[in-house]
Design a protein around this ligand. Structure first.
Ligand code: RIB
Ligand code: CA
Length: 311
């Protein structure tokens, strides 16, 4: 059993990642912490509860940081729509938001649980994670692993020519996480751009025939339109579910343990993940940076698991 906390900025792809985790008995979701990213915090905190209610899951949801550590918030409504979950009309959530701040939940949970038993799965800007590490450095050795969606190397950037969105929004937070000494696994655009939501793959999800699967197919049909236009591809990269898929089936992925540094100074390359893939520096390895994925295996896993969500 993998016991995880999902830190997220839903976002249709975040939503599918949460559903994949909920559908997988190998995983226990201790809580969902929300961060400002794709859309402002009030919406990500709402959207996370919408997703959990769609799956009939009663898991605590916490609101976290509403802006990056030092910078102004940058959002991505142009990709996800103004609600952040455009594509399907779902009712307002009745699941309450927890009164505790997400950063306090992270700290208290990591101090309470046995060391090395909780994995953090950030799917958005790393503001909550970095704030917890700064406020409570003692939690770093207690974290089993941080498996995050973010960064890019061979694939280059998606929000700027140099940077991937999650890292670009809060590069200082990413730097704190990568210098924390915690065992970090990065799922970058190099991987997520190989798992495109093609027409056939969306049709296979819709063919499951459940309400959840229909909503997922509608979300993906909306979510992909921006990247299809931008890249001229059949389908869009399905970023965040790759994090959960790695937990379930790491054999579907390949990467290498290398040094990754974050650009925080240059306006031109802010948020660039400078991955020493070819080990040309003497900088110490600090992350497992993934570069390959079995796309068919990923979608088979995702589709099979989504079919298990029956409400
Ligand atoms: O660059 C892709 C990442 O940014 C994904 O996590 C997506 O949800 C957005 O947050
Ligand atoms: Ca996200």
């Amino acid at each position: 059993m993998q016991r995880i906390i999902i830190d997220t900025d839903p976002g249709q792809d975040d939503a599918v990642a949460i559903l994949l985790a909920l559908a997988s008995p190998e995983i226990e979701v201790l809580g969902v912490t929300c961060v400002a990213g794709n859309v402002p915090l009030a919406r990500t905190a709402r959207n996370a509860r919408v997703v959990l209610e769609l799956a009939g899951a009663d898991i605590p949801v916490f609101a976290g940081c509403d802006r990056p550590i030092t910078r102004d918030l940058l959002t991505a409504e142009h990709v996800h729509g103004p609600s952040g979950l455009d594509g399907a009309d779902l009712p307002e959530p009745t699941l309450p938001l927890q009164p505790q701040h997400a950063v306090d939940f992270l700290i208290h949970t990591l101090r309470r649980e046995p060391p090395g038993t909780v994995t953090l799965c950030p799917l958005g800007p790393l503001t909550n994670i970095a704030t917890a590490l700064r406020r409570a450095p003692d939690i770093a050795p207690r974290i089993r692993q941080i498996v995050l969606m973010g960064g890019a190397y061979f694939e280059v950037g998606n929000i700027t020519p140099a940077a991937e969105f999650n890292i670009h929004v809060d590069p200082e937070a990413a730097e704190i996480v990568l210098k924390s000494g915690v065992d970090v696994v990065m799922v970058p655009l190099d991987v997520t751009h190989r798992v495109l939501t093609t027409r056939a793959r969306i049709a296979a999800i819709r063919a499951i025939g459940t309400r959840v699967a229909g909503v997922v197919a509608d979300w993906l049909a909306f979510f992909e339109r921006f990247d299809e236009t931008k890249y001229g591809s059949d389908g869009a990269p399905l970023h965040d579910p790759c994090v959960i898929a790695w937990l379930l089936r790491p054999d579907l992925f390949a990467g290498r343990r290398i040094n990754v540094e974050i650009e925080t100074q240059s306006p031109l390359t802010r948020g660039m993940t400078v991955a020493d893939w070819w080990r040309v520096t003497d900088r110490a390895p600090n992350a497992t940076f993934l570069g390959q994925v079995d796309a068919e295996g990923f979608y088979s896993l995702l589709t099979e698991r989504l079919a298990r969500l029956r409400p």
